[in-house]
Structures are given as structure tokens and as C-alpha cells.
Write a protein that binds this ligand. Structure first.
Ligand SMILES: Nc1nc2c(ncn2[C@@H]2O[C@H](COP(=O)(O)OP(=O)(O)OP(=O)(O)O)[C@@H](O)[C@H]2O)c(=O)[nH]1
Ligand SMILES: [Mg+2]
Length: 202
């Protein structure tokens, strides 16, 4: 199983991106085997339509919300281990709460998760609220960005080129090793999944 974690602050567009990408992924991986499972924290609130996703050949599971550092990670590990023993999908996409530091989740999966070949972290950044969020919660944003293997700057439709340039510069300082892609979840370019694949292989 390859685990892809979508980290990023509350409302940055994680679910919107996952849903758009999941559709592309399923189109790419034409197979009868369930190739993708999405693990969501707090499904109820975002209102993902589980049936629609299941009809597309993949399933969505909800993890119990709770203390990020204990309940969630313990639940995540037992869910991953169950998945490995039952469905054993090729991909597991996990959306933690927007208040999580992905580093802690990675540590826990590495320590206790079974059947996980690879963990890939996508840090989703809210371009529209970048200035505000880096001011009010700098350490969380820094922690989320710096743990990304790839940074997706989302909501690019809501900012201008000058703002994007400034965001890009600050992101490079926070995380010089990650690739940065500018996207908009509401009109996602289908080639984005191939780009994510490409950055996973680096
Ligand atoms: N204009 C615009 N709106 C977006 C974009 N991506 C997401 N949104 C909107 O932003 C809001 C939050 O999106 P979600 O996908 O629920 O964000 P999230 O990160 O999953 O949020 P939480 O799970 O609550 O942390 C929704 O109203 C989306 O429609 C984008 O690229 N452009
Ligand atoms: Mg969400």
C-alpha cells in the first residue's frame, strides 16, 4: 500500500482536491480490484457522498475524530492494518484534520503500520488565506509545509500573480526540497496526478 497524506490547514481544499484526484486515479487505474481507499477524518462535516465514491470503485472510511495525537493515530494504524489484511489497496489517501502536524502521523505509521510501502505527504496551502494564516498560526503552517514531499498551492483562482510569487518564495524557504504546484481544486487540471506521480518517483 502507498499512503498519500493530504495535510493542510482547515478549509484549504484537501477534500476538494482528493475528490478531484480520486476520479482521475480511478480512470487511470482501470481494474476490478479496489485500488484506492480514502480515509477521512470527520466525514460527516464535509459531507462526502460515500455511495458515489463506492460506485466509482473505491471506498471511504471515517476515522473517529478526537485527540489528534492519541485517538486519531491509534485509529489510523488499526485501520491501515485492517486494510492491509483485507482489501490491501494499492493506494490509501488519508486526510487528517487541518490542525494535524503530518510529521507525527508519519512517525506513528512508520512505527506501527503494516504493509505500508511508502508514505507520500502532500501539503495543501490556501493561497487566498496565506498571509492571514502565516500570521495567526505560523508554526502550524510551517510544520505542515515543511513536512510535504510536494506542496499544492490551492485556490489560485482567487489570487493574483504577485501574491503567488510571494507565496512561492516563502514556501521555498520553508521547504526547499519539495516540488511546488499551483492548482485550483474547482478546475483541476487532469495532468496533475501524473505530476504527483512524477514527484513521487524522484
Ligand atoms: N475558489 C476556490 N474554492 C475552493 C478551492 N478549493 C476548495 N475550495 C472551497 O473551499 C472550501 C473548503 O474546501 P474543502 O475541500 O472542504 O477544504 P478542506 O481542507 O478539506 O477543509 P477541512 O476538512 O474542513 O479542513 C469549500 O467551500 C470549497 O468549495 C479552489 O481551488 N478555489
Ligand atoms: Mg476536508
Amino acid at each position: 500500500m502507498q499512503v498519500v497524506i493530504f495535510g493542510g490547514f482547515l478549509g484549504s481544499g484537501k477534500t476538494s482536491l482528493i475528490l478531484s484526484l480520486a476520479h482521475h486515479l480511478v480512470a487511470l487505474e482501470a481494474s476490478d480490484e479496489p485500488s484506492l481507499v480514502i480515509l477521512e477524518n470527520e466525514i460527516g462535516e464535509v459531507g462526502i457522498d460515500n455511495k458515489v465514491l463506492q460506485a466509482g470503485g473505491y471506498s471511504v472510511k471515517e476515522l473517529f475524530a478526537g485527540c489528534i495525537c492519541c485517538t486519531l493515530t491509534a485509529d489510523l494504524v488499526s485501520t491501515l492494518n485492517d486494510l492491509h489484511e483485507t482489501v490491501n489497496p494499492k493506494w490509501v489517501i488519508f486526510e487528517p484534520t487541518g490542525l494535524a502536524y503530518p510529521n507525527k502521523i508519519i512517525e506513528t505509521i512508520n512505527q506501527y503500520g503494516k504493509g505500508v510501502e511508502r508514505i507520500f505527504v502532500i501539503a495543501v496551502v490556501d493561497a487566498e488565506r496565506w498571509e492571514e494564516l502565516t500570521e495567526i498560526t505560523p508554526s502550524l503552517i510551517h510544520g505542515q509545509v515543511s513536512s510535504g514531499d510536494l506542496v499544492l498551492v490551492n485556490k489560485c483562482d482567487l489570487v493574483d500573480e504577485g501574491q503567488l510569487t510571494a507565496i512561492r518564495e516563502q514556501l521555498r524557504e520553508m521547504n526547499p526540497r519539495a516540488g511546488i504546484l499551483e492548482v485550483s481544486a474547482i478546475s483541476l487540471d487532469p495532468s496533475i496526478w501524473r505530476k504527483i506521480h512524477a514527484s513521487q518517483e524522484v
